[in-house]
Each structure stands twice: as structure tokens, then as C-alpha cells.
Design a protein. Sequence first.
Lengths: 320, 293
Amino acid sequence: MKDASPAKPYALHLGVIALLFALSFVLPDYHHGLLARIMVLAVFAMGYNMLFGYVGLLSLGHAMFFSAGLYGAGLAVIHLGWSVPAAFAAGILCGAALSLVIGVLALRTSGVAFMIVTMMFAQVFYLVILYFASWTGGDQGMVVPQPARVLGFGATSLDLTNPTVRYMSALALFSTVLLVTLAVVRSRYGRVLVAIRENEERTKMLGYDTFSNKLAAVVISGTICAASGAAYALLFGYVGSSFASVQYSILPLLWVLLGGAATTLGPMIGTLFMYYIVDITSGYTSAYLLIVGIALILLVLFFPKGILGTIRQRWLGWLP
Amino acid sequence: MHFGPHLLLAALEGLVTSAVLALMALGLSLVFGVMRVVNVAHGEFFMLGAVLAWAISTAISGHPALGFLAALVLAPLIVGAVALFAERLVLRRLNYNPEATIVATIGMLYIIQQLALTFYGPEARPVEPPFSYRILLPWFGYSGYKLSVIAASALLLAATWFVLTRTKIGLIMRATQYDSETAQAFGIPVDRVYAGVFALGAMLAAVAAVLIVPISQAHYLMGQDPLLLSFIVVIIGGLGSLRGTLVAAVLIGLSDGIISVFFSPTLAKIIATLLVAMVLVFRPQGLFGTASR
């Protein structure tokens, strides 16, 4: 990190955001909708990357944070009739509270035990959703009705089911989270997280309270994932238990590994690639899990640094 | 039925679960103990064993016992070969790094599951039990086959225990588990021990599957629940502790059987999973294990 000039990274990130904005006007309908979904899921991956990439804590239970946001927002709209902003805030708060509790418990363990504990907590969360099927719709899930997904500002109103509004809302969330992660990663706090990843004992010896730093990282990560889940419920109108299953804890790991762990743009690139690979191959075969499996093994065998990680190592050392 | 016989029935069902669970968890525990690899694909080796048992027993005509015996021998061998192949091709190249191997075995899980779905299909298919003798108790009749599953599992567990503690192979495995570097320095082919242990672990899961498949049917998603349960067993018993695994398997199997007879199975799973997560958080060495080195 010799290059301290912030100009290049910020220019790159603003460029990416501008590109996504411009794409909104040229993309055909199908890809327009797909990209909106990818941006929301990329936020999920960015939240995951915060913990896995920068702190080196491999969680196998992030689906619970995503679905805490998903159900927090969805249930508030469906059962309590809350407005869109209030429901979004409720989703985020649910994720923050859950990640605080899980963080306090799970951070008592490390390594393999941390992975298994997070996986088990996520499984409990998933089963709880199934158990309270009369509220959550069980494995059928629930649809958030269209009239509830309108954002009103006095006289004008924004309909989140409109493709352009949906795309721009997704982009707004994506840009905010991208710039926030960039700022966090470049801050003093971000350096401490990397130090913990590289050598926790030594960081402790230097006088840092590693537990509370890690706890803060879990909460930031869980909150970002919850924001993604809440946005998913409100923008795409579906709340279902499949989002809480183990598979949705594995997918962000895959996206981050593919794009490059501990890179700010990696999660977006990984999500984009994986989504399109699955989308294109699903035209030929329904065996998309096979592709996910092979991709995981190939990545971990040959490209443990992912796409952007490899680019950073070879050519662009300044990439954040 | 009165409460007493009902409880007896639940306990018997629980013992059958325990028997299968003990075999499967032992495989998981061996792989973790010796290689320090958390094998997330263990449930898929179990499923593969069941699916192969169906394929073999339907391919062989004649008395059902014939097909079943062939499956009992062949299915674990094939699954062991698949595991050996996966170990050589993937795990060894990762140098058994704990985190990388978890990601890789998740990959294997998806691959095996998808291949089973593609070639075997989404149906659940039954395998005929080798004999259908019913033991008549004063209150209800009970399947003789289920009782023989408990006996077979006990026999296999005893055999594994004997190999581990009384033979040279077991000594080599324990030496590798205790300190792989020193073992290597004493001329033990650690690399081959790892390959053998991984295959053995998968074979134990496959045997468990062949034993259970005449009771519950073969299905491509059947590996998920047993995987979680064996994780629970291994954690409660203490990672890498044989006796702890056995005690925990009986405990979990029995309580699972009894709780799900009297309460909702989802609630039983919620409570069990939460309890185990708490054990792992507050007593990481397990309830019966000793503190890890």
C-alpha cells in the first residue's frame, strides 16, 4: 500500500458506477432486468467479502443475514403494512441485530469451528422460518404485492416494479455500498482488519482489541448483506425460505472467490460472471449445480486469488 | 398404544438411527481426526452408496438377499474408489489446507448431487430388504431387518475399533493423527495414509447407506440430513474421539427418535442444532473429548 493517492481508485469506482448508469439506457429489456438483480446480489457478495476477504473469516452462514433483511422488510410490508423506507430500515436493523448476536457467539471460535458454527446458526434460522410457516409462508414463500412497493414523496410516487426505477434503485444501493466499502477498506480500521487476517496474535500484541474489531466487521458485513436482502424483497417482490438455505451461504463465497477476495470490485465481477455463466449454460442443460461445483473446485485449485486478485498481483498493484 | 410400548417403539427406531449415524459419523471423524479435513461431501458419499445399492440390487435378479449382499460389498468399494479419485485429484493438491478443502468438498457435494439427479432422477426408489421376518413383541410386531441393522452396525464398529487399536494399520493411522511430521520422519507414507483414510471414511458412509436403504428409500437429496446429524455427533463426541463419537451417536439417535415421535421434527431439529452450536461455542473440545493440542 505504498501508493496512497486516492485519485486513481476513486476515479475507477466512479467510472464503474457511471458505466452501469449508462448501461441502463442501452441494454435490452432482458439484460436490463438481469443486471438490476445482479447489482443487488453483488451487494450481498460485497458484504460477504468484507468479512471473508478482509478479515479472513470464512462464514458458511451468511444466508441468514441476507434473509434477515429479506424477511425483516418483507414481513413488515405484508403483515404490518409498513411503507417502503420503513420496511427497508426494518430489514437492515434485523440484520444488524442478528449479526451482533451471532458475532458475539461465533467469534469465540475460530477456523473450522467458526465455519461450522455459522453454518449451524444459519440452519437454525432456516428451520425457524419453516417452523413459523403461517407467518413466513414456509417453503412456498410469499409475494410482496405491487401496491405495497410504491415509494411516495408527497404528490409524486416511485413505483419500484417499474424496470427503470428498479434498476436505478439497485444502482443507488450498489454505489452506496461500493463507496462505503472502499472508504472502510482504505481507512485505519480497514488496515487493522487486514492485520488481523495476516497475523492475529501480532495484532493483539501491538495493542489492538482484535475481538471488538472483528465483531464490528461481522456487524458491518451482516448489515450490508441485510440491506441487499431487504432491497431484494422490495424490488423483486418475493420472500422465500430458499434464500435462507445453505446454498445461499455458499453462493456469495463462490462469487467472491471468483471475482477476487479482498478486492472492492471483485464481488461485482464474480457475481456478474457467475450469473451469466449459469444463465447461458441453462439454455443447454439444467445441471447448473454441476457448474457451481466444478467452478468452486477449479477456483480453489488454480485461481485462489480470483479474477481481480490475479490482475492486481500481475499488473495493477494499486487496485483496492 | 400405551405410553410404555410407544416409548419402546420410539427407542427402537432411535437405535436404528443411532446405528447408521455411528457408522457415518465415524467416517467423518476419522477423516477429520487424521487429515484435519472437514468433509462436507460426506453426505453425498452416503447418498451415492444408497443409489448404487438400488442400481446393483435391481441389476441382480433372483432372491432379494442376493442383490442386497452384492450391494453391501460392491457399493462401498465403488464409493471408496470415487473418494480415492477425488482425494488424489483435488485434496492432495490443496495440501490439505483446512479452509480450501472445505470449499473443494462443497464443490464435490454439488457435483455428486447433480450427477445423481441427472442419471438417477428425482424419484425416491425402494430396495427390497434381504429378508422380511417380523419379530412379534407383546404389543407390536417389529421388523427383524431393523434389528439386524443394529447388529451389523455394532459388528462393523467393533471391527473398526479393533483395526484402529490392535493392528499395525491402526497404529500407523494413529501415529499420523498424533503428529504427521514425526510420522513422516519415521518412514510412514503419510500421503498414502491420507488417501486410505479418506477412502475408508467414504466407505463407512456407503455401508451405512446400504444398510438403511431397505428402510428408507434412495433419493438424491438423502445425504443432507445425515450430514448435519453426523456433524452434530462428531462435535458433541469431540472431534477425532472414537468412543465419544459412539456415545454421541447413540445419544443423538435415541433423542432424535424419541423427540420426533412426540414433538414436531422441525422443532426437534431446531433445538438439536442450536444446542450443538452452543456446545461448539462454549465447549469446543466436545462434551467427551479432551482439549485439542
